[in-house]
Design a protein around this ligand. Structure first.
Ligand code: XIL
Length: 344
């Protein structure tokens, strides 16, 4: 038996293994470059995936690279593919502090920034009305560490508009498509550190803020960029999602992958630990609520962002996703199949 992160084993012992009784749509975030160049990715999307999330094509830097214009070319390409093959779509993301064009980050006037934000959301959500039924309206509004940095994530939206950037975004999205399901999305909501507990609290307070103002919000997205060396805080996670459920919100798993930077290079060891980390998280989550969808941030290790953002000390390639670089399924694929409800 390989040494595993203690928390992961604990999580397995504490919550009964759960599989959903109904099928949970399995989603994959798709970047344009591999989509255009790797035919096997398209084949897999067609045969094994229910839902497509444009990985970058709906972000500001992609849609608004030129001030005063919208460029829907990349997003439309993915939307057309989803349509053609009967796949669901999820929109990511209408507001984020990162991946912005320089011109929007340079806006300093609150009136102008509010106008830009409203126009952007109105234009994008209206264009895909009836096509993209769910949106990450606000992405990563919470500071990395609310204990030392305060609740809100710094960036143009908060710095210029303050907390009401969240109100404006949700209001504008609801006005553009009253039938859309609107999500707030964030990371590091799964372990039992004080920092994560503070992030969960911050999330609840943002949801309450919107509800107090009668602004529609329908769900919380767990990015779930999990760390293989961290445990899952089962009790804290379950009580957090039960509170969300009592507040009338759904949850979704929006960007699942497992960061393997601290694990030994041996792929056998890593693939097992990666699968167990995801399993521990999903066991804990499904033990409390069934998510609306289960999405991984890519399908094949070759195209993952994890290796660049969480580099290993050795030269081994990151193995965060269900398929390896040669399209061989790994143990994480069996975990996904179990939690989407397609195997017993
Ligand atoms: C990442 C993409 O995967 C990269 O291709 C891009 O360069 C940067 O963004 N949280 C999010 C995602 O909400 O949008 C990020 O995606 C990963 C972290």
């Amino acid at each position: 038996m390989v040494a595993l992160p203690g928390g992961a084993m604990q999580a397995r012992a504490q919550s009964r293994p759960t599989a959903p009784s109904a099928r949970v749509p399995y989603g994959v975030a798709v970047a344009l470059e591999p989509f255009r160049n790797d035919p096997e990715l398209k084949r897999r999307l067609i045969s094994d995936v229910d839902l497509i999330v444009p990985m970058n094509a709906l972000k500001w830097a992609s849609l608004r690279h030129t001030e005063g214009q919208f460029d829907f070319s990349g997003a439309d390409e993915l939307v057309a593919f989803a349509h053609q093959h009967g796949k669901l779509l999820h929109g990511h993301a209408l507001l984020w502090y990162a991946f912005n064009p320089k011109w929007i980050d340079a806006v300093q006037s609150p009136r102008r920034l509010e106008r830009e934000l409203r126009t952007h959301i109105e234009t994008v959500v209206s264009r895909y009305k009836g096509t993209i039924p769910t949106w990450d309206v606000v992405n990563e509004a919470i500071a990395h560490d609310p204990l030392s940095q305060g609740k809100w994530r710094r960036g143009v939206w908060y710095d210029v508009l303050g907390p009401r950037h969240v109100d404006i975004a949700f209001q504008a999205a609801a006005a553009a498509d009253p039938a859309a399901k609107l999500f707030i999305n964030d990371y590091d909501l799964e372990d039992d550190s004080l920092r994560t507990t503070a992030r969960q609290k911050a999330m609840l307070s943002i949801v309450r803020r919107l509800q107090d103002r009668n602004i529609p919000i329908h769900g919380v997205g767990f990015q779930a960029h999990l760390y293989a060396e961290r445990g899952i805080g089962v009790e804290g996670l379950q009580s957090f999602v039960r509170t969300l459920e009592r507040m009338g919100l759904e949850v979704a798993v929006t960007e699942l992958d497992v960061i393997d930077w601290k694990l030994s290079a041996d792929p056998v060891v890593r693939d097992r630990a990666v699968a167990r980390t995801a399993e521990a998280f999903l066991d804990a989550l499904y033990g409390a609520v069934t998510p609306r969808s289960l999405t991984t941030w890519g399908l094949n290790d070759r195209y993952s962002w994890i290796g660049d953002t969480f580099p290993r000390r050795d030269s081994a390639k990151a193995r965060p996703l269900p398929f390896d670089q040669n399209w061989q399924p790994k143990q994480l694929w069996s975990v996904i199949r179990r939690f989407r409800g397609s195997v017993g």
